[in-house]
Design a protein around this ligand. Structure first.
Ligand code: NAP
Length: 480
């Protein structure tokens, strides 16, 4: 079986332990054995990054542009192959996986340009003869910790800005899906990343992630994952004086008003709730529907759900791939059972048998729910959506905001007035009008509010807020 090793200080380094990466569509298909680093190896990677920072932080914008641009081109050239690998390790359908790989490439291209665009400001001083100059500098060594649901896009949107702005990085991908990140690091290495600038330590969060978070040589942590892990990491970063960025869970509302175009609303909800097997932080998990359209909407959703084909991620015609693993599938089943016990009516949601041994589940729509039910308060992270019937727009907005999360929110309506009011008043980092809550552009800020996010936004030019630090210089030219 193929063995994949860590990348530390420009060397491929093995470990005593490894993780077997299996295909959730077919557990008999093993992708490979991936080295599991220990804490000592993690610290070696951090030291290598620290040593390389002296050089990389003074590299020219052209050097950084070339590295990122070549990486983006190499990803694009291998889009189909990398998409297949991603679909095999995570379970997204092949078109979704290829789309994610394309997005990773575009992110590298975007941040290649950012390396050239780092500017500063010259501001008139309040003191005569003095000039004030405000510039941005890299932070130092950044620890990047990523989740399993976007195995290449999330590593890309952390690695690319870290490098573009002159930082060195150590990435720990999710133990469940290390293959896509491994390939990404291999591409960066081939594109000429100098030793120590880019480091990969695979393995467990409790070992590798913890070592990164506790290391005094790491200046900042960018984390994406669950609220529970994120908050624990945030507290440790505060104790050790690190800058931290946390992107966490969601319980994203999609409001459907009486005047919505039914087919548009149904497509937005089907896509938002069930594509990528509902395993998106931006998934529409609460469908908040006004009473005039409620019954027609529910009927149309059920009809549309019956046409969705659940199956092997690599098979043509599959709309919904498998759940990522048995543990997540059991969590989905538990939430469906809880929703039923609390009085919801469940359509779909059963475990499915297929020709291969995988983790397949029919999408579930839970109707007759109220905002206080657990299904409407806790993130499931699977193909499970609930419907909350409300009287009017005002109640819909109130219910949409009645959550500890605030990542993405959507509204389907023909009313400009309601869409405008919703955009201004919904408590979320991203707002969608007549389109799914999931599915975003790569060149604009991404992130949320409330319990969903902490720290500066990721992606777009806004990423520089996290990956750089500001220096204010006072210059008195008359003094010499
Ligand atoms: P998770 O369990 O929190 O894990 C995320 C990462 O943290 C993994 O690499 C994990 O390692 C690592 N980790 C675990 N314990 C750690 C520790 N003590 N110290 C340092 N690192 C540690 O999340 P997940 O299950 O992979 O991902 C699903 C969650 O991510 C959902 O809640 C989803 O909403 C959220 N998400 C949010 C966004 C966003 O941008 N807002 C995007 C995608 C996903 P292991 O591999 O060993 O578990």
């Amino acid at each position: 079986m193929e063995q994949f090793t860590n990348y530390i200080d420009g060397q491929w380094v093995t470990s005593d332990q490894s993780t077997r990466n299996v295909n959730p569509s077919n557990v008999d298909d093993v992708i490979g054995e991936f080295a599991r680093a220990n804490a000592e190896q993690t610290i070696q990677a951090v030291r290598a990054a620290r040593a390389a920072f002296r050089m990389w932080s003074f590299s020219t914008p052209q050097q950084r542009f070339d590295l990122l641009d070549q990486t983006g081109s190499a990803i694009l050239e291998r889009k189909a192959e990398l998409g297949r690998l991603l679909a095999r390790e995570e379970g997204k359908t092949l078109p979704e996986a290829i789309g994610e790989v394309g997005r990773a490439a575009q992110i590298f291209k975007f941040f290649a340009g950012e390396a050239l665009r780092i500017g500063g400001e010259v501001i008139s001083s309040v003191r005569p003869g003095m000039t004030v100059e405000v510039t941005r500098e890299p932070l130092g060594v950044i620890g990047l910790i990523s989740p399993w649901n976007f195995p290449i896009a999330i590593p890309a949107w952390k690695i690319a800005p870290a490098l573009a702005y002159g930082n060195c990085m150590v990435i720990k991908p999710a133990d469940l899906v290390p293959a896509s990140t491994w390939e990404l690091i291999n591409i960066l290495c081939d594109a000429g990343a100098p030793p120590g600038v880019v480091n990969l330590v695979m393995g467990r969060g409790s070992v590798v992630g913890d070592a990164l978070v506790n290391s005094p040589d790491v200046d900042a942590i960018s984390f994406t994952g669950s609220v529970w892990t994120g908050r624990a990491i945030g507290a440790k970063c505060f104790e050790t004086g690190k800058k931290v960025q946390l992107e966490m869970g969601g319980k994203n509302p999609m409001v459907v008003l009486d005047d919505a175009e039914l087919s548009v609303a149904v497509e937005a909800c089907i896509n938002g709730a069930f594509y990528s097997t509902g395993q998106r932080c931006t998934a529409s998990s609460r469908l908040i529907v006004t009473e005039g359209i409620h019954d027609r909407f529910v009927d149309a959703m059920k009809n549309r759900m019956q046409a969705l084909r659940v199956g092997d991620a690599l098979s043509e015609g599959t709309h919904i791939g498998p759940v990522v693993d048995e543990r997540q599938l059991q969590q989905n089943e538990r939430y469906v059972a809880i929703a039923r016990e609390e009085g919801g009516q469940v359509f779909g949601g059963e475990r499915l048998e297929q020709a291969s041994r995988g983790f397949f589940m029919a999408p579930a729509l839970v109707t007759g729910t109220t905002p206080t039910m657990r299904i409407n308060r806790e993130e499931v992270f699977g193909p499970v959506a609930s419907v909350i019937k409300v009287k009017d727009y005002e109640e819909a907005l109130w219910v949409a905001n009645d959550t500890e999360f605030g990542l993405s929110a959507g509204i389907c309506t023909a009313s400009l007035a309601h869409a405008t009011h919703f955009r201004r008043h919904v408590e979320a980092g991203m707002v969608m009008v007549n389109t799914a809550t999931a599915g975003v552009d790569y060149h604009v800020p991404f992130g949320g509010r409330k319990g969903s996010s902490y720290g500066p936004r990721e992606q777009g030019t806004y990423a520089r807020e996290f990956y750089t630090t500001v220096k204010t210089a006072y210059i008195n030219p008359g003094a010499v």
